[in-house]
Write a protein that binds this ligand. Structure first.
Ligand code: AMP
Length: 421
């Protein structure tokens, strides 16, 4: 085959018709679980102001410093959203959603963009689903967010996961902890990776995120944030754990879990799957009590999670979980001649109006080719329509699976299929 002239950009992937059933199945589960938890969907634009993302995600994060797809047009700075928490919070502030009263329980599904080096489970355009509870400070909200995330994976059948949790403290505890980390890492810096040396200056907590081999022995013995938590934060964290215990949600405490984004405070969590390989995080989230204010709203505590759909699908594949139905059509009308084609076109709406999916040949193919097409389309029934059938008003309805045939008039065909679909 000739080399195509155009292809997708690096790390941007087409979701082809044969795969789309899985996506629709996942999306359906997300919508249904979110509804059970009383969350409302929110849809924000794909592009945001660059400044919003820089503030919301954090000026020093890899996402902002290296991975943004950004451009200017006139005086405006556009960026393809790399995540959706900052956009949701922007919408919350911009539209005064707090005036709707109570906590705002929001969820989203959509494409995100990061200019990362593509590999398995890591793309430049990928899809996330996520949820945010904006308003409450109470650990109950943290636990509800975690429960919603887990319930989606449970519905899909991905249960072999590890929930890691930590508390990343409030600004005061973080300041004390950063100081402690700096004091600890300083004498070892010469032996550590360049990236960690850089992070030492900018945000020492992110050294704990390092995947570099030479850093690991130092990270392993580093002080842990849980020793620096203020009393209030410690109590909040303890209550999160108590509620998780009560709900019998198992978790592992990981005092080195800091996550890449700067706006997290207190609870942080990550859901890990052993079925994913190197990119083993299915999703993660936490509290971001400082973000609403950072973006220009009133101080409003909030907690959320984000998870990747591609990674969820990789896990499904590894676990042999099949999602979505095979494509099929209830009835395929095989036509012989022009009159039959016109008749078919005019009778398709009646079938569809009764909830029956119906197809016909658009390409003037032979009966044999149409039967083959019906097979390929996985048609449950076929009828063959020619001048004789039209004259007599009777059509042979063929049940493709049972290989049974019956001559019926069109009204009876509709009635028959209505009962079956
Ligand atoms: P983050 O916003 O970085 O915490 O990411 C949350 C989740 O989104 C991750 O756990 C992944 O499942 C998914 N994710 C993040 N970046 C990518 C990417 N480049 N490609 C595919 N999935 C991603």
């Amino acid at each position: 085959m000739a080399q195509p002239k155009f292809s997708t950009h690096l790390g941007m992937v087409d979701i082809l018709p044969d795969e789309v059933g899985k996506w629709q199945a996942i999306e359906r589960i997300i919508h249904e679980e979110a509804r059970k938890f009383n969350f409302e969907e929110i849809r924000t634009p794909i592009m945001e102001q660059t400044e919003l993302i820089a503030r919301g995600v954090g000026q020093l994060t890899d996402i902002v410093t290296k991975e943004m797809f950004a451009f200017e047009r006139g005086d405006d700075h556009y960026v393809l959203r790399p995540e959706c928490t900052a956009p949701v919070v922007r919408a919350f502030v911009e539209h005064h959603l707090e005036q709707r009263g109570g906590s705002q329980n929001l969820y989203y599904i959509g494409p995100m963009f990061r200019a990362e080096r593509p590999q398995k489970g890591r793309q430049r355009q990928f899809h996330q689903f996520g949820a945010e509870i904006i308003g409450p400070d109470d650990p109950i909200a943290d636990v509800e967010i975690i429960s919603l995330m887990l319930s989606i994976y449970n519905r899909v059948g991905i249960t072999n996961t590890t929930l890691k949790i930590n508390s990343v403290g409030d600004p005061e505890s973080r300041a004390a902890y950063k100081e402690a980390l700096k004091n600890y890492f300083r004498p070892h810096l010469d032996e550590m990776s360049e990236i960690s040396r850089e992070r030492f200056e900018k945000n020492p907590m992110r050294i704990l995120d390092s995947k570099e081999e030479e850093d690991q022995e130092f990270i392993a013995k580093a002080p842990v944030i849980t020793e620096y938590l203020s009393e209030e934060t410690e109590e909040h964290y303890a209550r999160v754990k108590t509620h998780l215990d009560e709900l019998e949600i198992s978790y592992t405490e990981d005092p080195h879990l800091v996550r890449g984004l700067d706006y997290y405070t207190r609870t942080a969590f990550e859901l890990i799957s052993p079925d994913l390989g190197a990119q083993d995080a299915l999703g993660g989230g936490g509290r971001y009590d400082l973000l609403v204010e950072e973006i220009g709203g009133q101080h409003t505590p909030a907690v959320g999670f984000a998870a990747g759909i591609e990674r969820l699908l990789i896990a499904c594949e590894e676990l042999d979980i099949s999602l979505g139905e095979e494509k099929s059509v209830d009835i395929y009308i095989v036509t012989i001649g022009e009159n039959a084609r016109t008749w078919a076109l005019n009778h398709l709406p009646k079938l569809r109006a009764n909830g029956i999916s119906a197809a016909m040949d658009y390409m003037g193919r032979s009966v044999k080719a149409q039967m083959k097409d019906a097979d390929r389309e996985n048609a449950k029934y076929t009828i063959i329509v020619g001048d004789n059938e039209l004259k007599e008003g009777k059509f042979t309805l063929r049940d493709m699976k049972a290989s049974e045939e019956e001559a019926l008039d069109f009204e009876n065909i509709v009635e028959r299929l209505k009962k079956k679909v």
